[in-house]
Design a protein around this ligand. Structure first.
Ligand SMILES: [Zn+2]
Length: 345
């Protein structure tokens, strides 16, 4: 019965090697993360490096709750449907004066709020770090009473102030408060000195197929100012490369990479009627529930597929012998069937 698949697949050169050895190869555990880059023939299902199969990831960060972000950044991100990460300081005078506006801004799906400590005054020891994280989180949680806790929030260490905690103390405190430390970044006007250099960050992400994070402070005002025309050029670039670049919030980036790195795909069944997979990963499903993007090779005569996981059912066109779809680790078997046999057009 396992052999029945072979004639179907053999016409597809990319996986001939794997399947002609033994049908059992179909049932072996596939280390999805390792398979992502090596393109080995035995891989019929793999997690793509970036969400939706995009070529690169870009993250935009905006620090310090600078008021110019409310006037010059939030409306533009909304208009263009591009997400930004706002590293808010929620215990100083700037915040008090603009709190109501941030409460309104946080309702936008393109405003991802993150923790930049309560006072931005730095810490002399681990005891001081605790309330800096907790009190900022409290304000961020209040911006989204609809969200079920615990959930992950982004975190950016404040710069230019004393920071006297060890790496271990910081990691423990971040884990306790479900905070995701943002990765290294650069940004205008400190690292990038023109609109062209700022836009170039997106090209570098694409050239490497990697993640690049740009962090800004004031935009068109306030401090460490990014000129509005540089910012506009950056957003124009992100709109022009929308098909290739995943513009992410920091939590989704972290979830995607973390889930992908520990993901395993087991092929439970693969024959002429259906492919059934199990996707798992080794992290807490309560905090890591972002769908991963999976590519799965299918028999050559399948033109459209119905992909089902739990209550989610989508019809996907076959491209280059494979289907690409989203699935959440640990949420039950993934079934892929040719659309015709499932009664679809
Ligand atoms: Zn800061």
């Amino acid at each position: 019965m396992k052999l029945s698949i072979l004639p179907l697949f053999r016409r597809q050169t990319a996986i001939t090697l794997a399947l002609s050895v033994t049908g059992l190869a179909l049932f072996s555990k596939i280390p999805a993360a390792a398979a992502e880059s090596d393109g080995k023939a035995e891989t019929i299902a793999r997690v793509l490096k970036w969400k939706d199969g995009k070529k690169a990831c870009v993250m935009l960060g905006f620090d310090d709750s600078a008021p110019s972000q409310l006037t010059n950044v939030v409306p533009e991100l909304d208009r263009r449907k591009i997400v930004g990460n706002f590293y808010l300081v929620t215990g100083n005078g700037v915040w008090t004066n603009t709190k109501a506006k941030w409460e309104a801004a946080a309702k936008s799906p393109y405003v991802s709020v993150a923790n930049h400590t309560f006072t931005h005054k730095g810490v002399e020891n681990a005891e001081q770090l605790e309330p800096e994280l907790a009190k900022c989180n409290e304000v961020l949680y209040a911006l989204h009473p609809e969200r079920q806790q615990p959930y992950l929030l982004g975190w950016g260490r404040p710069g230019g102030v004393p920071w006297k905690v060890t790496k271990e103390e910081q990691e423990a405190a971040l884990a306790k408060h479900h905070l995701v430390d943002r990765p290294p970044f650069a940004g205008p006007p400190i690292n990038y000195h023109s609109a062209a250099e700022t836009v170039g960050a997106v090209d570098r992400a694409l050239a490497k197929g990697d993640m690049v994070q740009l962090v800004m402070h004031g935009v068109g005002g306030d401090w460490l100012v990014t000129p509005v025309d540089w910012f506009t050029a950056l957003l124009d670039k992100l709109e022009a490369t929308r098909e290739e670049v995943w513009v992410a919030d920091v939590v989704s980036w972290h979830q995607y990479v973390t889930e992908r790195q520990s993901a395993e795909i087991k092929v439970l069944r693969a024959d002429k009627d259906s492919i059934r997979l199990e996707l798992t990963c080794k992290v807490d499903p309560a905090l890591y529930d972002l769908p991963l993007t999976i590519s799965t090779k299918v028999p050559v005569d399948w033109k459209n597929c119905v992909v089902t996981q739990g209550a989610n059912k989508t019809t996907v066109a076959v491209r280059d012998g494979a289907v690409i779809y989203s699935a959440i680790p640990g949420r039950g078997e993934i079934a892929i069937q040719p659309a015709t046999s499932a009664g679809q057009k």
